[in-house]
Design a protein around this ligand. Structure first.
Ligand code: 15L
Length: 280
């Protein structure tokens, strides 16, 4: 069984992913916040803005899914530390520890200033919508460098929105169900011959703004489509009055200076995040 490190394991995407992949890989979870790992998984507390921590957690694994970082638009200092320095440390630590395969969740916000009437694919050039989006473009460039210069195997997923259900009109185009996330990540871990690939991390949504043929070429067959939720979601949608947000794929990231950070609320939590094993 392959051993896989998931950084940022206490976050939303990390929580869905480690639950979905339990039993398929030997999971090592890492985060700067505490976590009580389910049976059969291990947890290492680490701050990836420190190279020593990045070296410690990446040692001896077969693949890394690097989810750790600041996950929305916010203050530059926080993004610099978590997403620029943190991403560099994880790629560099992987190289030094001889870990070849790395999966990086870039984001729809690397491309957020494309309009909603445009369809883009893996060859489209970045149009970030925020400092956060810029940090994701940095991660894509870093991955490209480490693939070309050091022969690392790099799988870039421009993730839409991971949620059990799509939560609004914009997310009908970007929805990524947890089981489709697990399928795409498994392709990134197991598919032989990956050098550097960019795919979109979304389900098979009828309303997608992406041509995800590169993911299909690599074997991705999404099981979900947001369309079954469309009527319910659209019935609850209220006009925002934000013309820039509504015209562009990145939504409010295109107009706001800050977006609420989902990690902020739990930062004050002293107790480790309790996670129930799917086998419990
Ligand atoms: C992202 O990149 C964020 O990490 C996530 O929290 C959501 O805001 C998502 O994009 C989105 O666009 O819905």
């Amino acid at each position: 069984m392959k051993s896989v490190l998931i950084t940022g394991a206490t976050g939303d995407v990390g929580t869905h992913l480690s639950r979905e992949l339990a039993g398929k890989y030997k999971l090592r979870l890492a985060d700067k916040r505490p976590l009580k790992a389910p049976k059969g998984q291990t947890f290492m507390r680490a701050d990836i803005s420190k190279m020593a921590d990045a070296l410690r957690i990446t040692k001896g694994v077969d693949a890394i899914v690097h989810l750790g970082g600041y996950s929305v638009e916010g203050p530059w200092d926080a993004i610099l530390k978590a997403n620029i320095i943190g991403a560099y440390n994880v790629f560099e630590a992987a190289r030094r520890n001889g870990v070849k395969r790395i999966l990086f969740p870039t984001s729809n916000h690397a491309m957020g200033f494309y309009r909603r009437d445009q369809t883009i694919d893996h060859r489209s050039y970045p149009k970030p919508d925020s400092r956060y989006g810029v940090s994701k473009v940095f991660g894509e460039a870093l991955g490209s460098l480490y693939a070309d210069k050091y022969g690392m195997e790099v799988f870039m997923m421009r993730i839409g929105n991971v949620n059990p259900k799509p939560i609004d009109k914009r997310r009908l185009s970007l929805w990524f169900s947890p089981r489709d996330l697990a399928q795409l990540v498994s392709i990134g871990i197991d598919r032989p011959g990956i050098k550097f690939e960019i795919v979109y991390g979304i389900s098979g949504n009828k309303r997608a703004w992406y041509d995800n043929s590169n993911a299909a070429r690599l074997g991705y067959q999404p099981q979900d489509d947001s369309e079954i939720y469309a009527a319910e979601v659209l019935a609850n949608e209220k006009p925002s009055g934000d013309a820039i947000a509504e015209a562009h794929q990145g939504g409010v990231f295109c107009s706001a200076e800050e977006v609420p950070n989902p990690a902020a609320a739990s930062k004050t939590t002293k107790k480790p995040v309790q996670r129930r094993s799917r086998h419990a």
